[in-house]
Design a protein around this ligand. Sequence first.
Ligand code: GLY
Ligand code: MN
Ligand code: MN
Length: 489
Amino acid sequence: MLTSHPVKGFALEREPYRRKIEKDMFSEQVYRERRNALRKKIRSGLIVFLGNGYVPMNYPDNTYPFRQDSSFMYYFGLDLPNLVGVMDLEGGRDTIYADDYTINDIIWMGPQTSIAEQAERVGVQMVRPRKEVVSEVSKTVQAGRRGHFLPPYRGEQTLELSEWLGVSPQRLSQYVSKDLVKAVVEQRSVKGEEEIAELDAANEIGRDMHLAAMRLARPGKSEHEIAGILDGIARGYGRVPSFSTILSMNGQILHNEKHDGILKEGRLLLVDCGAGALSYYASDNTRVTPIGGRFTQKQRDIYEIVLDGVNTAISLAKPGVKYLDVHKAVCKVLTEGLQGVGVMVGDVDESVMNGAHALFFPHGLGHMIGMDAHDMEGLGEDNVGYDTEVKRQDQFGTGSLRFGRRLQEGFCVSVEPGLYFIPELIEKWRRERINVNFINFSKLEEYLDFGGIRLEDCIVITETGCRVLGKERIPITVEEVEEEMRREI
Ligand code: GLY
Ligand code: MN
Ligand code: MN
């Protein structure tokens, strides 16, 4: 049981976290209800959810940490390797195909609860040896019934599914069940109360990671050291980071995973990190702190434009609103702000229509969040973020928006505008005269070594609006951040 945390000031004995370390599953009823809801959407055939196995790093017994497939986890809830969950839609029966533990496993892994007993905890009575799944699937397909499966994203999944279904690995993608993808996306997009509670808990841990980063952002510290402490905070709660921590003075490099800098007074430190709960529900937040503890006026000006962007999005997000429109409203706020400091000029609407803001904001406003930081992305970004009504645009910047469709109550999405000064991109636009009517390139000279600012919170859509996930918002105003930086770690 956790009684203290290695980082002073983060000795968290708060009850919900302890409980969640001990209990990482929902009730049997939750999993039954999820499968029953799926049955109503897909009426015939066999649904095959292929759980993940271990993946070797460099030799078979040295593996990456085990990560269950999120859709398997959603419907079958067992965080164990090499399981297959099968729903027989006509027969109305769910089966887990798995090999039970042998004495050899127990010698290496200690006593284990039998698979049958664990399956009962997710409402599955039937457990069969794993090799029998091959004949079950083949029999179904030969009888002319449909074998529904989701797009595989690992080589071994592709090989297994192609063997079971009798199609070549090269052609397997043609047989992915569009009906199943659609049904799963529809169901997993709307988070239940039990999921939102997990997301809130993950955000609490993410908050502690960010508070530590703010307190540690002092000249002379190394990025490696701070990143290691943040990852350690997640691990101290029995969790892991939900994605590779981005922590860099070069915030203008969007997914910069290098941590090789030594913090310099006067620079900005961008930290984009989060924790995954044991149930895998993730947090994903970004904050930017001024190394040394005080924003310069120039940094503050840009920071407050981005903050205005985040808060504008949060004020607009509610059921029925297209996230693409929220993205565009934020683009306008960013453009107006940049006109205020003199690096952009011209008519704001026209500027946004022409995509001029994308020189500074070359990505989208956000993505869904759930069991994965980019929730369900493995099912196809457009299947998750777009639909028949809202299509992905192809303009630079807005084209990178991962999620654009209408919001519904229970959707959880990230809100993450940013302003970046990418010298290579600025030079390209200047040279090629892209959007020259909206950009003041000579004023921009003053910003070439600025770096970048992104601010990110995740929200849940409520009946009338939205709220930021987590009990307490991570410090975000200039004053809150500077105050947090004065605290001792
Ligand atoms: N950390 C990746 C993202 O915010 O999408
Ligand atoms: Mn994000
Ligand atoms: Mn992020």
